[in-house]
Design a protein around this ligand. Structure first.
Ligand SMILES: Cc1cc2nc3c(=O)[nH]c(=O)nc-3n(C[C@H](O)[C@H](O)[C@H](O)COP(=O)(O)OP(=O)(O)OC[C@H]3O[C@@H](n4cnc5c(N)ncnc54)[C@H](O)[C@@H]3O)c2cc1C
Length: 402
């Protein structure tokens, strides 16, 4: 048994959980692994898998990354996602811990992206201009409800302010004429997620990571089962998203569909969310005058092409934000599955020789730096500030005993 120091609410609590590495039971507080350059396998090269592989390689570990699909055109939800880091927008429909972890991620993303740029030369677009929430006059009740939900969920926290039509026009000149009222959520960001995934892959390769694509695997303690046979590692980390169903009872995929359009007629400085009685639409500006419009949220594991109904709903809502979008070219329509557990919260599970992380649901970019930091802390030592939320304290309690 290995001891961990888990810091919760500023206090250190000593808990014990099963050690991950049978070869290292030295009992150093906070550490599952104390030496570098030991073989670690990561299953799944989506958002968690790539961030974790990059950080482990930077820390001197030897990493093999297995991906079922293509590494250049990943099947990952991370590739389809809009890349918003939106703790306030998500707060009204989520547990308070999602907001807290999201705010922590907002601190980490710029640091991680600076490190990535320093080491790889890749400058990933990351904008921290906030988000704008608007509603057409007939749907203004939705906006008022969103505001009162925010006040209820985040009492006294601030970070959001009402804008009138003039202020909206000053923030977003291309949509000012359409809306009389809006809410600016100041502490929100968005990231060029596809560039990030590419840059991470480049760094993983440059740092000597062994990347295997088109290689569907199963995971178990210290072992990865590949089509070519079983390979053994000191530690296996399962980041397969929806592909890890056999490891997570209750894990489900939640279908999301997005359109990507390109137009020179409209410029947005920040993501814009449109409140509507039936759906919430967002438009996220991307480099190259691209805009990602999303997203449907359907309790279905259908990965099939975007339906006509969804494309009509997304497209017509986009048109009401600014009719100039009518001339935009549709460059892509895609659908993918958000990996969600029963409570829609992320979890890390610690087993002998196997770490599992999953359930990032619609919060992958919002939470990934925090989840990856916790995985790194379990491996190399460090602070586990959100241990309870990620299910780690509970596992510790279960294993507490002589
Ligand atoms: C339409 C849409 C919009 C979204 N927008 C946002 C947003 O704006 N902000 C935000 O924070 N989050 C957003 N998300 C959620 C975010 O994309 C996910 O939470 C995140 O990608 C989960 O990361 P992951 O690494 O766990 O899984 P994934 O990114 O799905 O990666 C899992 C990887 O594992 C691979 N894999 C699966 N099975 C196997 C196997 N057997 N062997 C090997 N490899 C395997 C997959 O091919 C995949 O590459 C969105 C999701 C969708 C679908």
């Amino acid at each position: 048994m290995t001891l961990f120091l888990i810091r919760l609410s500023g206090k250190h609590t000593e808990v014990s959980i099963n050690h991950v590495l049978s070869t290292d039971t030295s009992g150093v507080a906070g550490c599952l692994m104390t030496t570098s350059n030991r073989p670690i396998a990561i299953a799944g090269a989506g958002l968690l898998g790539r961030l974790l592989a990059w950080q482990l390689l930077r820390g001197g570990h030897a990493v093999t990354l297995f991906e079922a699909g293509s590494l250049q055109q990943p099947a990952a939800a991370a590739h389809t996602a809009a890349g918003m880091v939106a703790p306030l927008s998500e707060a009204v429909d989520s547990e308070a811990a999602i907001y807290d972890m999201g705010m922590a991620s907002l601190q980490l993303w710029p640091q991680w992206l600076q490190a990535l740029q320093r080491e790889s030369g890749e400058n990933i677009a990351y904008q921290h201009n906030g988000s704008l929430i608007v509603a057409h006059p007939q749907d203004s009740a939705e906006l008022l409800q969103f505001h009162s939900d925010l006040q209820h969920m985040l009492p006294g926290r601030g970070g959001f302010q009402w804008l009138d039509d003039r202020a909206i026009g000053a923030c977003e000149p291309d949509i000012g004429a359409q809306f009389q009222q809006g809410l600016l959520l100041e502490h929100e960001a968005h990231i060029d997620n596809r560039h990030l995934l590419q840059a991470l892959l480049g760094e993983i390769r440059r740092l000597g990571g062994d990347c295997r694509e088109h290689c569907t695997v199963r995971t178990s303690a210290h072992a990865v089962d590949t089509p070519g046979g079983r390979e053994r590692f000191d530690l296996v980390i399962d980041c397969r998203g929806v592909g890890a169903k056999s490891q997570w009872p209750g894990l489900r995929g939640i279908r999301g569909e997005v359109l990507c359009v390109q137009t020179a007629e409209v410029t947005l400085q920040r993501p814009v969310r449109l409140m509507h009685p039936r759906y919430q639409l967002y438009v996220v500006p991307k480099p190259g005058r691209h805009f990602v419009i999303g997203a449907t949220q359907i309790e279905s594991e259908d990965r099939g092409a975007v339906t006509l109904q969804s494309s009509l709903e997304l497209g017509s809502a986009l048109y009401t934000i600014n009719p100039a979008f009518a001339e935009a070219r549709i460059v892509e329509m895609s659908a993918n599955l958000r990996p969600a557990l029963m409570d829609n919260l992320p979890k890390i599970e610690v087993r002998e020789g196997l770490l599992l992380a999953n359930g990032l649901y619609r919060h992958g970019y919002l939470l990934a730096p925090v989840v990856v930091s916790h995985l790194l802390a379990l491996i190399d030592g460090g602070e586990l500030a959100f241990a309870a939320t990620l299910g780690l304290a509970q596992q510790g309690e279960n294993c507490r005993a002589g």
